[in-house]
Design a protein around this ligand. Structure first.
Ligand code: OAD
Length: 253
């Protein structure tokens, strides 16, 4: 069993950092960021919609795209990989979960604390002043809805291209990586910085790096273990091995 190969490293770890990307949600039916959009949205390139400039140019179109993406995410369920990561929390001394995903599926799977580097589709804030809405704005004739506090245009609370990541989240993630002795990179193409730099930082600091991705990425040459498997399949196998007494799982082949 491929999963058994990484169990000794996990058993030795004192502080595990996990960073996930869109591939972690692929088995929940949530398209990865670069997969073609479907239906009405197939004519649009996500990279052309997820920018402040696109919102300034056509706020209604961008808002409608995010309403569509949010509805897809709400219709999805956490997959076995999300659930395994939530359980991993109880099987290691300390775990920090960082995600680039905006779908909230880690939280729905039971992970108690998720560092959301790119924000969340489940929250909205106003474009003009950043006021966070307590709940997702109701569908109103005005598109996009307006901020209750300042009347500004509402936007999803996600990081767009040409925007900075939330400072507190990035600092918390970096601090965790600096303290980690084991780093999982799961379901990410490792090409979008600064998130992609966390795996390299972990490797440079001497942490053991485990990559789970059916495809190779720029991090692959720097990983100590590479599992070319879907995360929804291999993560439950890893958890099953960890539940066994030390030694029994490692002998499982
Ligand atoms: P990508 O779509 O760039 O990469 C998804 C990765 O998941 C690919 O490397 C796939 O090979 C892998 N993958 C697919 N199915 C998988 C599975 N079942 N199990 C494991 N891996 C699988 O998504 P991200 O790397 O998350 O940024 O993209 C990073 C950021 O780029 C996104 O957060 C977004 C985008 O620009 C913002 O929105 C700011």
């Amino acid at each position: 069993m491929v999963a058994a190969s990484v169990v000794p490293a996990i058993r030795r770890a004192r502080h595990v950092v996990v960073m996930t990307g869109a591939g972690t949600s692929a088995e929940s039916g949530v398209p990865t960021f670069r997969e073609a959009q479907t239906g009405l949205w197939s004519q649009y390139d996500p990279l052309q919609l997820a920018t402040p400039e696109a919102f300034e140019e056509n706020a209604a179109l961008v808002w409608d795209w995010y309403v569509w993406r949010r509805n897809k995410v709400l219709a999805a369920e956490p997959n076995a990989g999300h659930l395994a990561l939530a359980e991993l929390e109880s099987l290691v001394p300390r775990l920090t979960l960082i995600t680039q995903n905006v779908d909230g599926l880690h939280q729905r799977a039971g992970s108690p604390h998720v560092i959301e580097l790119h924000g969340s589709l489940l929250r909205a804030r106003c474009f003009e002043r950043g006021h966070l809405a307590a709940t997702w704005p109701a569908c109103v004739p005005q598109n996009p809805p307006r901020c209750d506090v300042c009347g500004g245009r509402m936007r999803p609370d996600v990081v767009w291209f040409h925007e900075s990541l939330p400072t507190a989240a990035l600092q918390e993630a970096e601090q965790a990586v600096l303290a980690a002795d084991l780093f999982f990179s799961i379901g990410t193409s490792s090409v979008v910085y600064p998130a992609a730099g966390l795996g390299m930082l972990a490797s440079e600091r001497g942490a053991t790096v485990i990559e789970i991705n059916p495809s190779a990425t720029p991090l692959t040459p720097h990983a100590d273990h590479v599992l070319h498997e879907p995360s929804g399949r291999v993560l439950p196998d890893i958890i099953a091995c960890l539940r066994d007494p030390p030694g029994s799982a490692e002998s499982r082949r």
